[in-house]
Design a protein around this ligand. Structure first.
Ligand SMILES: [Zn+2]
Length: 222
């Protein structure tokens, strides 16, 4: 074998002849998914895996959340920094990078919206920037621009929140049935709702001190 052993912590070791990966230390063949080399027990570098494979889960849009939690906890335990205290720099570096990769995979898969976005990307259907003419979003925007009272903001927030919940359910259905065009459109709508919810919160903060003392209330007192 004329494989060059590289000790750069970011290096994904050269492939073995069998198309799988090689242990960066002993150079024996190992699975892409293996955290540790089956021959020498050394922690392996982060390999190019999708988030499902990284956490040892089946690639499905509906994630079994109990299983996800269990897998995440197991990987975290295996990668606890204390386990690598007496190891060399290379191994500590790989363990830290693995920990980061596991964390990213977990955070992505546990939240339906993030998972949906990732699922689309995984299927190479990147979100197309639609032209921003979703009528519901446009209406909520207009309402928000005209909102001068906290109560109006609360109504807009409630509408947007409900639409967002419904949007996430529809998104999951569209992804399950592999309707990528619809999924993209829903994702675009959900993004719009998310930004409205944020703006409503900002607006609400400004309006809050005047609650109960707005023009209508004063008029009714007179
Ligand atoms: Zn090895």
């Amino acid at each position: 074998m004329d494989n060059v052993i590289e000790f750069n912590e970011f290096t994904v070791s050269s492939s073995c002849a069998n198309g799988e990966a090689c242990c960066w230390l002993c150079q024996k063949g190992t699975s892409l998914r293996a955290l540790f080399c089956q021959y020498c027990g050394t922690i392996q570098p982060v390999r190019p895996l999708d988030h499902f494979a990284r956490l040892g889960l089946e690639r499905r849009i509906d994630v079994d959340s109990d299983l996800l939690e269990r897998q995440y906890a197991a990987y975290r335990r295996a990668l606890e920094p204390e386990r690598f205290v007496l190891r060399g720099m290379g191994e500590r570096g790989h363990a830290a990078k693995q920990q980061e990769a596991i964390e990213e995979a977990y955070q992505t898969l546990r939240a339906p919206l993030r998972r949906g976005r990732y699922w689309l990307a995984l299927h190479e259907k990147e979100m197309e920037q639609a032209d921003g003419t979703n009528p519901m979003i446009a209406e909520l925007r207009r309402d928000l621009e005209g909102a001068e009272q906290a109560a109006q903001c609360d109504r807009i927030a409630q509408k947007a929140g409900n639409a967002m919940e419904q949007g996430i359910v529809s998104l999951m259905q569209a992804l399950r049935s592999q309707n990528w065009t619809l999924a993209n459109a829903i994702l675009f709508e959900v993004d719009g709702l998310e930004s409205i919810l944020k703006d409503v919160r900002d607006r609400r903060t400004v309006l809050a001190p005047y609650t109960g003392a707005c023009a209508d209330d004063l008029a009714s007192v007179k």
